[in-house]
Design a protein around this ligand. Structure first.
Ligand code: NDP
Length: 285
């Protein structure tokens, strides 16, 4: 049986169409603001893409550029000013921040109801206690949500499956594992201190690699039944974008796989739009 390519680019375009239609029907204009401090070149690309995405679906988008020398106090004032605006539903402070600014202090200052990336500890807490919490979490972490959405849209169920997530970051691995547990999967989280990574991977029905090590997941480590989701974004010696999975050698050997680029990346961007829309909808009530 041929391997299924999990086409994140196509799904993201479907989602953007759905969002465009929905905001027209509702007659709303969701707004996303991004605050950037300094001039990190990678951040510039991400921020530009966010602006492009917002423009495509008809969202309000605002980029606030602050110089590298901005103090923590000045940044906090800016966060508070932008967060106070009714036309801005989602607020992002682009990371990394200059070293003299405490990232945690700043992220905690983004009000919980405008935290479109799920960085706020209260939102993270809601995610971890989802089944019991009485306040629902509106905006789950974008990359983790992207992985779930890809599986859902391809009709790949998680219930009862053995899922191995490689990577335990607060942004991707940890929240994703919890979201998959909520879908009744049995989840292992592996990391740099895991012994015999292969032993876990070979048993897995679904593998998610969120590591940042090029081609870590090799053909001999995975079973032919596996669905492989590659979150990794790395550059090879020629500057070409490559994932954490040895795609060339796995692409005909597994049940389904995401390419890099064109897999989780575009879906993460689509989930940011979806989260902004969700917050805008909640704000109307
Ligand atoms: P972090 O660096 O925060 O976490 C990486 C994790 O991988 C850590 O838990 C680390 O273990 C683990 N790890 C490192 N080396 C190994 C190894 N050899 N074997 C097993 N585990 C290992 O990264 P992020 O979670 O932020 O991002 C992961 C990747 O995903 C990166 O390539 C990033 O660029 C990409 N990314 C992509 C996004 C997208 O939209 N597609 C969005 C966000 C991230 P330990 O905890 O022990 O150090």
């Amino acid at each position: 049986v041929a391997t299924i390519t999990l086409d994140g680019k196509k799904l993201a375009s479907d989602i953007k169409n759905e969002i465009r239609r929905e905001i027209q029907e509702l007659g709303i204009k969701p707004g996303l603001a991004v605050i950037v401090v300094g001039d990190d070149p990678a951040s510039a690309v991400y921020v530009r893409n966010k602006g492009k995405d917002c423009h495509e679906v008809g969202f309000l988008h605002e980029e606030i550029k602050l110089p590298h020398e901005t103090t923590e106090k000045e940044l906090l004032e800016c966060v508070s000013r932008i967060a106070g605006r009714d036309d801005i539903h989602g607020l992002i402070v682009q990371l990394p921040l200059p070293r003299h600014i405490n990232e945690h202090v700043v992220l905690n200052a983004i009000p919980q109801h405008k935290d479109v990336d799920c960085f706020h500890p209260t939102n993270m807490g809601l995610l971890f206690t989802k089944k019991k919490a009485d306040i629902p979490l509106i905006a789950p972490p974008c990359t983790a949500a992207a992985v779930i959405e890809i599986l859902d849209r391809y009709g790949i169920s998680m219930a009862g499956k053995y899922i191995v997530v490689i990577g335990r970051s607060n942004i991707v691995g940890k929240p994703l594992a919890v979201m998959m547990l909520d879908r009744d999967a049995t989840v292992s989280i592996c990391h740099s201190k895991t012994r015999d990574l292969e032993k876990h991977l070979i048993e897995a029905d679904i593998i998610v690699a969120a590591v940042g090590v090029p081609k870590l997941v090799k053909e001999y480590m995975v079973s032919p039944k596996a669905v492989v989701i590659d979150v990794g974004i790395n550059r090879d010696a020629d500057g070409k974008l490559i994932g954490d999975v040895d795609y060339e050698h796995l692409k005909d050997k597994v049940h389904a796989i995401t390419p890099v680029p064109g897999g989780v990346g575009p879906m993460t961007r689509a989930m940011l739009l979806k989260n902004t829309l969700k917050i805008a909808k909640a704000a109307r009530k």
